[in-house]
Structure formats: C-alpha cells, structure tokens
Write a protein that binds this ligand. Sequence first.
Ligand code: SAM
Length: 265
Amino acid sequence: MTTWDPRQYAAFADERARPASDLLARIPLETVTAGVDLGCGTGAQLAAIARHWPAARLWGVDLSEEMLSVARETVARAFSPADGQRIRLDRADIGAWEPPEPLDLIYSNAALHWLDDHAALMPRLMGLLKPGGVLAVQMPRNYAAPAHKALGETLSIGPWRERLAALLRPEPVSPPEVYDELISPLASRIDVWETVYYHHLSGEDPVFNWVKGTAIRPFLDALPDDQRGDFEAACKARLRDAYATRADGITVFPFRRVFFVAVKR
Ligand SMILES: C[S@@+](CC[C@H](N)C(=O)[O-])C[C@H]1O[C@@H](n2cnc3c(N)ncnc32)[C@H](O)[C@@H]1O
C-alpha cells in the first residue's frame, strides 16, 4: 500500500482546497442526515462538510493510518467533544466500505482516482445512497500533462525501470462525458464539469514537491534506499525542463480536474 505523508500533502493546502470547496458549493442538499467523505485524508473537507450540515452524522473513510491520525486531530480541533461524536473515522478500503444505513451524501475529493474500474465503482456508490441522495466527486485528470510525461520518461530509463514498470496503472480517470453517460441512468439530475486550475507555485522544484505528495508516492515507496536519491534527481531535472520558472519566481502548474454531482433517482 502507498504510504501518505500528511505534511508533504499539506504543503499545497490552499491549492488543493480550492477544487474541494468548488465541489462542496455545487451540492444541492439542504439537509444531510448521514454522509461520508471517501478518502478523507487529513479531514479538512470532512470538517467543512460537518460545519455545512451541522446536524449530519458523518463518516470519514481512509486507508492510511497516518492521514487518519491527522484527521482525528482536525476533528478534535474543529468541534467540541459532544459535537465531534457525530463524526466517525473508519480505516477501510473505499472499494469495500459499506455504510450501516443508506446515505444522503457521498463526497469524495481527489481520492477515487486511486481505485480502478470506475465503471463498477460509481454505480456501486450510487447504490449506497437514498433516493434524492448525492454523489459528489472530484478527481485529477492530469495524465496528459508534462508532469506525467516527465515521470513516465524517468520511470522508463534507469536501474529502477523493471521494478517500477510493474506499478504503472492504466489511466484511471475517464473524460467527463464517460461519467455523464455511466451515471445519468441512475440519476434524476447530474452536473458534470472539468476545470484547469493554473496554480502559481514558488520555491525550488515546486512541481516535484507537488507530485512527491501524491502521484509519485507509490514509486518512491517501492525504491530501495540507494536508488531513491538518483530517481528524485532525475525527476526534478525533467520537471524543471517541463515547467519553466518565470522571472518573478512563479512556476505555473496547470492542473486539470473532472467533477460530477449526481442526485440519485
Ligand atoms: C490525495 S488524498 C485526498 C485527501 C482529501 N480527500 C483531500 O481532498 O484533502 C487521497 C486520499 O485517499 C486515500 N485513499 C487512496 N486509496 C484509498 C482506498 N482504496 N481506500 C481508502 N482510502 C484511500 C489516501 O490514503 C489519501 O488520504
């Protein structure tokens, strides 16, 4: 299993929060009795959901104990012990997790791209909702970006080639129209969109630092200690070529994301 480093992930907290709140803003529910944040990570969105629907009973589901321990602190900081009791954190695989009751809301920001076979996953998630319940999903769809090309090239040369080739996955996220077609028969209403965010990053090797928190984690985890430094250096060099730093010190990092908010029929 990929390990997650909550501090590395939090390094771009503002940039990562923007699509999460754009998704939350489109959820057409006045009340939520029971809901879940799938792949809740450090719990920032789970807390936002709990504030937005103050009577909701909520689950935060994640596979990473490191992320969940930060999520526990997030909940403890944001809510009184009595109020915090309506929020439960479950260590579980999204692919297997089942709620004890049908839900009003399934929210998932930047997590479902870690699971395969969306043609089966999305209808399964719709099946966990009450009629009128909402599935709200955001996933990165940045696989054609220079960052991914740079990573692919780095993987394909060097002593790590065979070891890392085994970890390559087919592109997990489909174009928006595929989710529209897949989910529309199960929905009374669906809102699908795609956005490119032009993140302004600064500092040394900012794009490497971004992908280090997410996309290249599985590869770094799989490398022996004596190859990790060379691999990181090779990634950095290619990413510097792919994303020039402007005279004002800003590196612009375009990032494409797909969203959908579906109301169950
Ligand atoms: C990129 S982080 C996003 C965290 C949070 N949703 C946010 O927007 O800040 C992805 C999270 O999904 C979790 N994750 C990935 N695959 C998972 C799976 N199969 N089951 C449960 N959690 C998973 C990871 O542990 C990680 O915390």
